[in-house]
Design a protein around this ligand. Structure first.
Ligand SMILES: NC(=O)c1ccc[n+]([C@@H]2O[C@H](COP(=O)([O-])OP(=O)(O)OC[C@H]3O[C@@H](n4cnc5c(N)ncnc54)[C@H](O)[C@@H]3O)[C@@H](O)[C@H]2O)c1
Length: 367
């Protein structure tokens, strides 16, 4: 069985968490692998994934090997001491910045002053993907990178490489792009990671519970704060349009009757530097029950945002490989609904899990 050969776009905190988590279990083989939904998907364990190339715009990351680049500023994940991290041969290469770098993070990312045209870089990228036999590209681009996301979706189509879109620019859930992936014969999972026990799944599960139990939700909000580059980038309101749609629709989709737009607020709300990768979520639901009597609930969730996302992506990669093995193309409907906030089709989380289990067993293709 060959390893799953992946390339990653955006060597930030999420990827650092994914790689260091795999390394953690490699260094602790006696430990049960927790924080992941499946020890094995088909024949694939978490150790069957190889990151053979990375792409970024940060001058301090480009040219380094992946095992070095994941520790570079402004990344914060440090679960495994740098000197004990297993060495990788995969390197980080330059890619066009396009709209990837927002105003708040520019002085932290320090994008390389490129001497190459976008056309030259595109040709180089395709060559790197081919030379390294890349099968799957994982995009961890910053929120608001609409052009850069489309650039990478097109690279996937041209190079016939599967795509896992972890961020909220819509590709898998955009019918035109979805059709292109289907036609090109390659699978895609997206869009926007729904973290393991994150703000979205907690909020939508509780909203659904209230709805199913017969109460009437009248208003709800969810606010999130954090202290990493992702949250700093999200201070730029103009980059947030698709993130807000992704997060809001994920909750709305669980209600029998949609809430009026002005009675639901779901969004990242601020950057608090000393929180680092700790993310805090505050959620409130207000509604009415029997005899029109009011009720409300509040939840505060505190998580390491990167541990929370890596366990999802490690499954997404293995679903894509199963699809490649089975020659399934286009958006993977069940896995996208289970793992992502803005999939091509929303289901309840129970239903999405059932569809995903059936996908693994092979009893359904992609839906
Ligand atoms: N729980 C979670 O962490 C979670 C959940 C859902 C979605 N996401 C999304 O995943 C994405 C990655 O999150 P993160 O915390 O790793 O972000 P990050 O800011 O730490 O990393 C982003 C990386 O992308 C690089 N970059 C910027 N422009 C680029 C370009 N044009 N090409 C290639 N690289 C470029 C930056 O230099 C940086 O290394 C974000 O969009 C985030 O919203 C994360």
């Amino acid at each position: 069985m060959s390893k799953i050969r992946c390339a990653v776009v955006g060597i930030g905190n999420c990827f650092a968490g994914l790689v260091q988590g795999i390394e953690y279990y490699r260094q602790h083989p006696e430990q049960e692998v927790i924080g992941v939904m499946h020890a094995k998907i088909g024949p694939y364990s978490i150790h069957d994934i190889e990151f053979v190339a990375g792409f970024d715009v940060g001058e301090n990351k480009i040219g380094k090997t992946i095992n070095q680049a994941i520790y570079e500023y402004p990344n914060l994940v440090n679960w495994i001491p740098k000197d004990t991290m297993q060495k990788t041969t995969g390197k980080v290469y330059e890619t066009p910045a396009l709209d990837g770098v927002g105003i708040w993070v520019e002085n932290k990312i320090k994008p390389i002053k490129s001497k190459k045209t976008n056309e030259q870089l595109t040709n180089e990228i395709k060559k790197i993907l081919k030379e390294n036999n890349v099968e799957i590209i994982i995009s961890y681009l910053p929120v608001g990178s609409e052009k850069a996301t489309k650039f990478w979706a097109q690279i996937c189509l041209d190079a016939k490489v599967a795509f896992v879109n972890c961020m909220p620019s819509f590709i898998a859930s955009e019918p035109e792009w979805a059709k292109k992936f289907e036609k090109a014969g390659i699978p895609i999972i997206g869009d926007d990671i729904k973290s393991m026990v994150g703000a979205t799944i907690v909020h939508r599960s509780l909203a659904r519970l209230c709805d199913m139990r017969g109460t009437k939700i009248e208003k709800t909000y969810q606010i999130n704060v954090g202290g990493n580059a992702d949250f700093l980038n999200m201070k730029e309101q103009s980059r947030l349009q698709s993130k807000k749609i992704s997060k809001t629709e994920s909750v709305q989709s669980q209600l029998r009757q949609r809430l009026p737009d002005d009675q639901i607020y779901v969004g990242p709300s601020d950057f608090i530097p000393f929180l680092g990768n700790t993310k805090l979520m505050f959620m409130r639901i207000e509604g009415r029950m029997w005899a029109n009597v009011p009720f409300n609930m509040e939840v505060r969730l505190e998580v390491d945002d990167k541990a929370n996302s890596a366990g999802i992506v490690i499954d997404a990669i293995r679903y894509c490989r199963l699809a490649l093995d089975r020659k399934i193309s286009g958006p993977l409907i069940g896995p996208s609904a289970w793992l992502m906030k803005h999939p091509p089709k929303q289901f309840s989380d129970d239903e999405a899990k059932r569809l995903t289990d059936e996908f693994i067993s092979g009893s359904i293709a992609r839906q």
